[in-house]
Design a protein around this ligand. Structure first.
Ligand code: NAD
Ligand code: DAU
Length: 348
């Protein structure tokens, strides 16, 4: 297949690109390299004959239409986004611009291209819109899991922007017939993540001797999935998913933030003991809570398991081990980098 991957220089998008290129698909990576994009994450496929990169902003209809018309894709996998909740609290409007406007611009460009295809090509075309479990809001202490039919109740500006883009993607399917598939996934863990999110941030601060900051009392629960398991789900959704449907992906690996940091610390204690012999746990500091901090997310992936034949390979334990080993081998990924653009300001 010829596949355009938007956001292919980011954490998950780069894993999608690496997988598709290795599977011998023709891939065009479309990314405008914000602070979170880094082409080193696709270094292992750069130079391969079935991989190309185009620096383009998904908010530019002209740039996106040019890339689509020139590449003539069989599918678009849309991952470009502003993805960090804390940044959406600091500055929400770029989230509206990229995640809502950018997605609508991309959908419209995809539609203009798709509508001119032959009937057979039209039927086979896919637009996979990659989204998050955060659109469903907070499970609180109620228990239960999010299914594809759960109501949308986003809490943060990030989650609201992703909820909006889910709705636009669905609207382009229902109104115009574009073969759109929505996916909603829980927290990903793995290599090549910009070090502002909990896992790489905790590893970074541990290693440099700073406070490992946990928001609030650390009881907030997230469901963790190894990034390559998410990618397998996205590829299955591309190959077997039914247009108009959405699919949830999650690891059944719920963990509180405190317990996750604890796990990271105990692995670090074993792999890279502190000079003073004390545990990295000594560096944990509970700080002011994130505004609007959702207490618990949990995903029911039954539909993806039954209809796509998807199941995750890694557990939380193996995900943490692999991720930690990778960051210890690639410590440069724990440094903030300004060199890839910084439209939303410097990291904090
Ligand atoms: P990321 O922040 O690591 O990467 C985002 C990429 O998008 C970067 O390469 C950036 O340069 C690019 N980008 C941003 N704005 C752009 C624009 N206007 N035009 C072109 N490219 C642009 O994000 P991620 O964690 O890899 O997330 C990818 C997608 O998956 C997002 O849509 C996110 O909402 C979703 N998601 C993420 C997680 C997670 O745990 N990280 C979980 C579920 C869903
Ligand atoms: O659930 C899927 C979402 O997971 C994705 O849609 C987002 O793109 C992705 O960033 C992630 O969002 P979170 O807000 O859950 O990820 P983050 O790593 O920022 O935070 C995870 C949890 O850890 C959350 O409860 C907040 C907390 N936290 C985070 C940071 C950065 C801390 O306690 N300390 C921290 O320093």
């Amino acid at each position: 297949m010829k596949v355009i991957v938007t956001g292919g220089a980011g954490f998950i998008g780069s894993a999608v690109v690496r997988r598709l290129v290795k599977d011998r698909h023709q891939v065009l990576n479309l990314d405008n390299l914000t602070y979170a994009g880094n082409l080193k994450s696709v270094a292992e496929v750069t130079g391969m004959s079935n991989y190309r990169y185009a620096r383009a902003d998904i908010c530019s209809g002209r740039a996106v239409a040019h890339a689509i018309n020139e590449f003539q894709p069989d599918a678009i996998m849309h991952l470009a986004a502003e993805s960090h909740v804390d940044r959406s609290i600091e500055g929400p409007l770029i989230f509206v611009q990229t995640n809502v406007v950018g997605t609508a611009v991309l959908l419209e460009a995809a539609y203009e291209y798709w509508v001119e295809l032959s009937d057979e090509q039209k039927q086979n075309f896919r637009f996979v819109h990659v989204s998050t479990d955060e659109v469903f809001g907070d499970l609180g202490t109620e228990g239960g899991r999010f299914t594809e039919d759960s109501p949308y109740r986003p809490s943060s500006p990030y989650a609201a922007s992703k909820a909006a883009s889910d709705h636009f993607a669905r609207a382009w399917n229902l109104t115009f017939g574009l073969p759109v598939i929505n996916t909603n996934c829980s927290n990903n863990i793995g290599p090549f993540q910009y070090p502002e999110k909990l896992v790489p941030s905790a590893i970074r601060t541990a290693l440099v001797g700073d406070a490992i900051q946990i928001y609030g009392d650390g009881t907030n629960i997230r469901d963790w999935l190894y990034v390559d398991d998410h990618v397998s789900g996205l590829v299955l959704a591309l190959e077997k998913g039914e247009p108009g449907k959405s699919y949830n992906f999650g690891g059944i690996s719920e963990c509180s933030n405190s317990d996750l940091v604890d796990l990271l610390c105990s692995h670090l204690d074993a792999l890279k003991p502190r000079d003073d012999g004390k545990s990295y746990r000594e560096q944990v500091k509970f700080i002011d809570d994130r505004l609007g901090h959702d207490l618990r997310y949990s995903i029911d992936s039954t539909r993806a398991r039954k209809e796509l034949g998807w199941s995750p390979v890694d557990t939380l334990a193996t995900s943490v081990e692999k991720t930690l080993a990778w960051y210890l081998e690639n410590p440069e990924w724990l440094e903030f980098s300004d060199s890839y653009g910084s439209r939303v300001g410097k990291p904090y």
